[in-house]
Design a protein around this ligand. Structure first.
Ligand SMILES: NC(=O)c1ccc[n+]([C@@H]2O[C@H](COP(=O)([O-])OP(=O)(O)OC[C@H]3O[C@@H](n4cnc5c(N)ncnc54)[C@H](OP(=O)(O)O)[C@@H]3O)[C@@H](O)[C@H]2O)c1
Length: 272
C-alpha cells in the first residue's frame, strides 16, 4: 500500500524517541520537507533521524533533545526552531506517561512528572507554538489523549484524569483556533504495544489491557493523522475502541460508577 500523502510539510513531534512519536515521524517523513523531533533521549532521536534521512534523501531532520517537564527548557523550543529556520505547520503533542497502581501508594515524584508532561507541557507548548503555527495559512495540532480520558479509572486515576483534560482542552481549542486556520484534533487510542506499559508499571505488574482492542502504533498514528487531515474533532482507533467511547459517553453516571466499582482490581495494593 503506498504511504498516504499528508498536507503538512513542517511537523514537530514530541515524544519522538519511541512508540507513537517515532511512528508519527516515519508516517510524516515522505510528505514533509523538514521535521523536528523532541524527547529527552538524544541518542534515540539521532538514531531515528539517521534512518529517516537515509530513507528520504532531501528531508531535513532536526533533533531537539528536551526534558518537557522542565519549564525553562520547553520554553526555549520555539526559539531553537526559529534559529534553525524551522516554522512548524503541525504540532504533535504526543509525549506522555502513565502511573499504574493505587493512589495512596503513588510516588509524588512520578505523579508530578506525569502532570508536568501530560498536562502542563502540552498546554504550554500549544501556547508557545501558536504564533509559529499561525504563520502558515493552515496548520494543525494533534493532541495525543487516550480512551482512558473517557472514564474515571481506579488504579489509573491520575493518568485517566490527565487525558480527560487533554480531550476537553482539545475540543475547546478546536473552536477557538478555527479562525486562525488551525485544525485541532484529539487522538484517543486504546491499548497499543509501545513502552507505555513498562513506564507506567511500578513493581513489575502488567497493566490490565483488553488484548482484543489492541491496535498497532502504525494503525493508531494513521487514524490520528487521517482524522486531523479530515478536520474531525477526535479519533478513537479501531471499532472496539470507538464503540467503547460512544457507550461511555451515553452511560448515565450512576451506571458507570457501578461498573467501575465492580471492575476487578489488578493492582496489588500494599497493606495500609
Ligand atoms: N501505548 C498505549 O497503549 C497508549 C494508549 C493511549 C494513549 N497513549 C499515549 O500515547 C502517547 C505516547 O506514548 P507511547 O505509547 O508512544 O509510549 P512511549 O513509547 O513510552 O513514549 C513516550 C514518549 O514520551 C516521551 N517523554 C516522556 N517523558 C518526557 C519528558 N519529561 N520530556 C520529554 N519527553 C518525554 C518519551 O521520550 P524520552 O523518554 O526520550 O524523554 C517517549 O518518546 C502518550 O501521551 C500516552 O499517554 C498510549
Amino acid at each position: 500500500m503506498p504511504a498516504p500523502s499528508y498536507p503538512w510539510s513542517f511537523p514537530i513531534i514530541t515524544g519522538a524517541s519511541s512508540g507513537f512519536g517515532a511512528e508519527f515521524a516515519r508516517h510524516l517523513a515522505p510528505s514533509a520537507k523538514a521535521i523536528a523531533l523532541t524527547a529527552r533521549r538524544a541518542d534515540a532521536l539521532e538514531t531515528l533521524a539517521t534512518s529517516l534521512r537515509s530513507a528520504h534523501p532531501g528531508l531535513i531532520v532536526h533533533c531537539l533533545p528536551c526534558d518537557l517537564a522542565d519549564e525553562g527548557a520547553r520554553a526555549r523550543l520555539p526559539e531553537r526552531c526559529q534559529t534553525l529556520g524551522f516554522t512548524p505547520d503541525l504540532l504533535i503533542n504526543n509525549a506522555g506517561l502513565g502511573d499504574y497502581g493505587t493512589f495512596h501508594e503513588a510516588a509524588w515524584s512520578k505523579l508530578a512528572q506525569l502532570l508536568a508532561v501530560n498536562i502542563t507541557a502540552l498546554t504550554h507548548l500549544t501556547s508557545l507554538f501558536l504564533p509559529l503555527l499561525r504563520q502558515h495559512a493552515s496548520s494543525g495540532i494533534l493532541n495525543v489523549s487516550s480512551l482512558a480520558g473517557e472514564m474515571p479509572i481506579p488504579d489509573f486515576a491520575v493518568y485517566a484524569a490527565s487525558k480527560a483534560y487533554v480531550t476537553r482542552l482539545t475540543e475547546a481549542l478546536r473552536i477557538e483556533f478555527r479562525p486562525f486556520g488551525i485544525q485541532v484534533t484529539a487522538l484517543c487510542p486504546g491499548p497499543s504495544p509501545t513502552s507505555f506499559g513498562q513506564t507506567a508499571q511500578r513493581r513489575g505488574e502488567r497493566l490490565p489491557t483488553a488484548e482484543f482492542a489492541r491496535k498497532s502504533p502504525a494503525e493508531v498514528v494513521r487514524a490520528g493523522l487521517k482524522a486531523l487531515a479530515a478536520g474531525r474533532p477526535d479519533a478513537f482507533p479501531g471499532a472496539i475502541v470507538w464503540l467503547t467511547s460512544r457507550l461511555l459517553r451515553l452511560l448515565p453516571a450512576p451506571v458507570l460508577r457501578l461498573i467501575l466499582s465492580r471492575r476487578p482490581r489488578q493492582a496489588r495494593p500494599l497493606p495500609l
